[in-house]
Design a protein around this ligand. Structure first.
Ligand SMILES: [Zn+2]
Length: 290
């Protein structure tokens, strides 16, 4: 039963879709059909939003580990994380039943629902979202227990992320905004149905999903400088199969570097701008059924 739902935008200050959705619902009210739900609306990082940057000192969406919250780190975002944790959490003994945190990506990932557990509840949610929004992608990041993630949404008893792209940082695109709004509304409709006990797990057809694999780095030279860029055949091909032998990088001296994995993989976060400093080129995933 969901008695309290927190909908969050602006965890990253230059991801505009969630920020705009929160502002619009604060101004005009949450859509009528969700009045029965107890939904609170939050902008997480006002300072980053005002500066139109992802974060001021540290990535807020990595600060919510139990160790991080208990540490003496005094960066702006570490302090903000403790304030948010007091408001929405406390993590591990939360007063919020469900935290939905809205993000954008510069990658062509469409509307992606990121779930951190593949238990019965999340399988039902994934199937429901896929049924009502067939164009949605479901990404499962359950490589570690829910509470070990540093994500803001883990302050709730349950938490998920909406990740929509491609949209440049600081830019608001209508198509991406509408996908964001639709996915938020479908998740809230699921919450309503869940509360009313009208969801029968077996009535929802199994759905396709992607389970996170590993991050693939750009090739670097001995000075840490990139020697290649994403190959044009891979660019914007998020969640499409990358088969062994297919090109993934084009070196600056004109050679192709191909995928040498044993199996096909499903790249996503391809050329994500926020991973620039990490030199992450994309993440891999395997296709699964939930
Ligand atoms: Zn983000």
């Amino acid at each position: 039963m969901f008695n309290s739902i927190a909908l969050v935008g602006g965890t990253h200050g230059n991801e505009t879709s969630g920020i705009q959705l929160i502002k619009n619902w604060q101004k005009h009210g949450i859509p009528e059909q969700f009045q029965a739900l107890n939904i609170s609306l939050h902008i997480a990082n006002h300072a980053a939003l005002n500066a139109n940057v992802r974060f001021v000192e540290e990535d807020l969406n990595r600060q919510f580990t139990l160790n991080g919250l208990a540490s003496s780190n005094s960066s702006k975002e570490a302090l903000l994380a403790r304030t948010i944790n007091a408001q929405l959490g406390p993590k591990g003994a939360s007063n919020t039943d469900f935290v939905i945190d809205i993000h954008n990506t510069t990658s062509e990932m469409g509307a992606t629902l990121i779930i951190l557990e593949a238990d019965e509840f999340h399988v039902q949610l994934a199937r429901y979202v896929k049924k009502h929004m067939p164009e949605a992608n479901i990404l499962v990041e359950d490589e570690k227990p829910f509470l070990e993630h540093g994500y803001l949404c883990t302050t709730g008893k349950r938490g998920v992320m909406i990740e929509v792209g491609g949209q440049p940082q600081g830019v608001l695109r209508e198509d991406v905004y509408l996908l964001t709004q639709t996915m938020a509304e479908v998740i809230l409709a699921f919450c309503l149905a869940y509360n009313q006990n009208t969801i029968e797990a077996d009535s929802l057809p199994p759905c396709e999903a992607f389970r996170l694999g590993e991050n693939i780095s750009f090739p670097l030279d001995e000075n840490g400088q990139r020697t290649a860029m994403i190959h044009h055949a891979l660019q914007d091909a998020d969640f499409e199969p990358l088969v062994p032998g297919m090109p993934m990088f084009r070196t600056f001296d004109g050679r192709d570097i191909t995928w040498q994995g044993e199996h096909e993989t499903y790249p996503h976060f391809i050329n994500e701008a926020a991973y620039f400093k990490l030199d992450v080129a994309f993440a891999t995933a395997e296709k699964i059924t939930l």
